[in-house]
Design a protein around this ligand. Structure first.
Ligand code: FNR
Length: 188
C-alpha cells in the first residue's frame, strides 16, 4: 500500500449532472471534496459531459469514453452525484451518465458501490429528484446513503460552482453526508 492509499483508503468518484458554468450542484461536489474525511479521496470526474446518448446498439463496441467511464466507476469504492432537479426529475446529463453504468445486466458498474446523492434545486430544493433515482440505484446491489438528506433550496444563490459558500448550514450538511458515506463504506 502506498502512503497515499494509506491516507486515502477509499476512492470516491464525483460527477455533476449540470454543465452550467455557475452550477451549484458542481459546487456541492467541490465542497464535498473539501470537507470529506481524510480517508476519502474524492475525484471530480467531468468526462460524463462527453458521453454519447446511451444506446444499447453500442454495447458490443463501446465508445472509448463510455468504456473509460465504466472503468472509472468500477475502480472506485463510492460515488457522489450532484443531481439537479429538472421538471421533477434528474437532468438528462445525470440520467445518461447513470444509464451507461447500468448495463450489461448482471455485470453493471454499480454493484457494491456506496452512493451519495446531493441536490441543489430551485425554490423547492429539488425535493423530488432523489426519490426517482435512489430506488433504482438500490436495486442494483449498492448502498445509497440516505441520511442526512442534502437538498439545498435556491442553491444557486447560496453556493458557487467552486464550492464557496458563507452558509454554514450547507457546509454542515455536506460535511455530515461525507462522514455518513465513510461510515457506510466501513460497513460494506
Ligand atoms: C429547474 N429547476 C427546478 N428546481 C426544482 O427544485 N424543481 C424542479 O422541478 C426544477 N425544474 C427545473 C427545470 C429546468 C429546465 C431548469 C433549468 C431548472 C431549478 C434548478 O434546479 C436550479 O436552477 C438549480 O440551481 C440548477 O442546478 P445548477 O445548474 O445550479 O447546478
Amino acid at each position: 500500500m502506498t502512503s497515499d492509499s494509506a491516507q486515502h483508503p477509499y476512492t470516491v468518484v464525483a460527477f455533476s449532472g449540470s454543465i452550467r458554468s455557475g452550477s451549484s450542484n458542481t459546487g456541492l461536489l467541490h465542497l464535498a471534496a473539501r470537507v470529506a474525511p481524510p480517508e476519502l479521496r474524492v475525484m471530480i470526474d467531468t468526462t460524463v459531459v462527453d458521453l454519447p446518448w446511451y444506446d444499447p446498439d453500442l454495447e458490443g463496441s463501446l465508445p472509448d469514453v463510455a468504456a473509460d467511464w465504466r472503468r472509472t466507476v468500477e475502480d472506485a469504492d463510492a460515488l457522489v452525484i450532484g443531481l439537479p432537479e429538472y421538471n421533477f426529475g434528474p437532468s438528462a446529463l445525470a440520467k445518461n451518465a447513470i444509464d451507461w453504468l447500468t448495463r450489461p445486466l448482471g455485470q453493471h458498474a454499480l454493484r457494491g458501490k456506496v452512493i451519495a446523492l446531493v441536490t441543489s434545486g430551485g425554490g423547492g430544493g429539488g425535493s423530488r429528484v432523489q426519490g426517482t433515482i435512489a430506488p433504482v440505484l438500490s436495486l442494483l446491489g449498492n448502498t445509497v446513503v440516505e441520511e442526512p438528506v442534502v437538498q439545498i433550496a435556491r442553491g444557486a444563490e447560496r453556493l458557487s460552482a467552486d464550492g464557496t459558500t458563507d452558509d454554514s448550514e450547507i457546509v454542515d450538511v455536506v460535511t455530515a453526508k461525507m462522514a455518513a458515506l465513510l461510515v457506510a463504506l466501513r460497513a460494506r
